[in-house]
Design a protein around this ligand. Structure first.
Ligand code: PMP
Ligand code: GLU
Length: 400
């Protein structure tokens, strides 16, 4: 039967999210009774802190169930602006749009800034949705590879300098980084600032992992001299407060940005969920202790994983933030590394990840999803016991 739909070029340019695809596959296998150690999706394994849950329930009981003003409820926009001022960003409540998740905040930003053929620069390995969002907006990608530099930006500044030009419209910075966990140094961010100012480039600073840092300090890009009115700061509640399913995030930017992006926001989602926004106020004002407990738990798990990989001779570039680690993988032990048709050799990391889930029942995301072939991304948002189990299974199946 011929498909009656004539799909847009825009939608045909992109593939489904690879991170979500692997976790869906893991969930399907579990539903069939398999015991999968799922280290694929980037989702904290903690419950949302009680005070936030209570605030959400109270907001429901108080009848906060209708639409809110499109850009968000005033107390939440004010709390976000105050939080940003705390990290040195010049912010007012009316410069904020509250979104259903950081992903929507990013989507609106790409749609607001990128025209057909505009150049968007990514720092690889880059989170999977930046590429898709660029393509959905019609932009063209240029990429700078941080992998040869231990995933750090500072040693790659020369390459970034060669890549950007007056034709560059947008640069995306994500520190702490998904998928590497790298936290970029202040000097690196100053390098970005110099280039952005020289070439009049807008910069997205995706700071969704800012509260999950270990032996480094997080710097908000918009706090640097010269960056205030060219940075779009994107953040969300999913990771810091373990609120992935609540869907809450935000954009902050100066000038006309909020007015322009607000058009798309109002025509697409109308507003973020009302009672969730009330819970967000509580998260920002009263949750430091729980955030710290989760941060310390992630730090211990990271150290455990590094030790376990070290025992098995796997050398990793250890990040100082988020809850991800990229491990180098190859398919030398994996049989049959071409696809069923036999003519398309798969990237080695894809074959490795397939063997990891099929043979070892461990789910990881192929580095190719982040434009980093030869690696697999491990999300260590899992208990110490499950992390040990994962490494044991990979070793038992000759995958490490
Ligand atoms: N940015 C990065 C780098 C992420 O890893 C995620 C994770 N999903 C997001 C944005 C969006 O998260 P959410 O929509 O759950 O706020
Ligand atoms: N950001 C998380 C990840 O990379 C959640 C899944 C997604 O939104 O892509 O795994």
């Amino acid at each position: 039967m011929t498909d009656a739909y004539d799909f847009s070029d825009r939608i045909e340019r992109v593939a489904p999210s690879a991170t979500l695809a692997i976790s869906n596959l893991a969930a399907e296998k579990e539903a069939e009774g398999a015991d999968i150690v799922d280290l694929s999706v980037g989702e904290p394994d903690f419950d949302t802190p009680d005070n936030i849950v209570e605030a959400g329930k109270e907001a429901l009981d108080a009848g906060h169930t209708g639409y809110t003003s499109s850009n968000g409820i005033p107390p939440l926009k004010e709390a976000i602006a105050e939080k940003l001022r705390g990290t040195g960003v010049d912010a007012d409540a009316d410069e904020v749009i509250v979104t259903p998740g950081g992903k929507q905040a990013l989507y609106e930003t790409f749609q607001t800034l990128i025209d057909e053929g505009d150049e968007v620069v990514l720092l690889d390995p880059a989170w999977v949705s930046y590429e898709a969002m660029t393509k959905l907006a019609g932009g063209d990608l240029s990429r700078v590879d941080l992998a040869p530099h231990g995933f750090q930006l500072e040693p790659a500044l020369d390459e970034l300098t060669e890549t950007v030009s007056d034709d560059t419209e947008l640069l995306v910075v994500n520190s702490p980084s998904n998928p590497t966990g790298a936290v970029f140094s202040e000097a690196a961010l100053e390098g970005v600032r110099d280039l952005a100012v020289d070439h009049d480039i807008s910069v997205i600073s995706d700071e969704i992992y800012e509260r999950i840092v270990y032996d480094a300090e997080h710097v908000s890009l918009a706090s640097l001299d010269g960056m205030s009115d060219r940075t779009i700061t994107v953040n969300g509640f999913s990771k810091a407060y373990s609120m992935t399913g609540w869907r809450l995030g935000y954009i902050h930017a100066k000038g006309d940005f909020v007015g322009e992006a607000g058009k798309l926001h109002s025509h697409s989602v109308s507003c973020a969920v009302n009672f969730v926004q009330h819970a967000g106020v509580e998260a920002l004002s009263n949750t430091d202790e729980s955030v710290e407990e989760m941060r310390q738990a992630f730090a211990k798990r990271r150290d455990l994983l590094v030790d376990l990989f070290d025992e098995h001779g796997v050398d990793v570039d250890v990040g100082d933030g988020a809850f991800y680690m990229m491990i180098p993988v190859d398919d030398s032990e994996v049989q049959g590394t071409s696809d069923a048709s036999g003519d398309e050799p798969r990237a080695d990391d894809q074959a490795w990840c397939e063997a990891a889930i099929e043979e070892a029942s461990v789910a990881c995301v192929p580095g190719s999803a982040f434009n980093a072939p030869g690696y697999a991304r491990i999300s260590y948002a899992a208990s110490a016991e499950r992390l040990r189990e994962a490494v044991d299974r990979l070793v038992a199946n000759d995958l490490l």
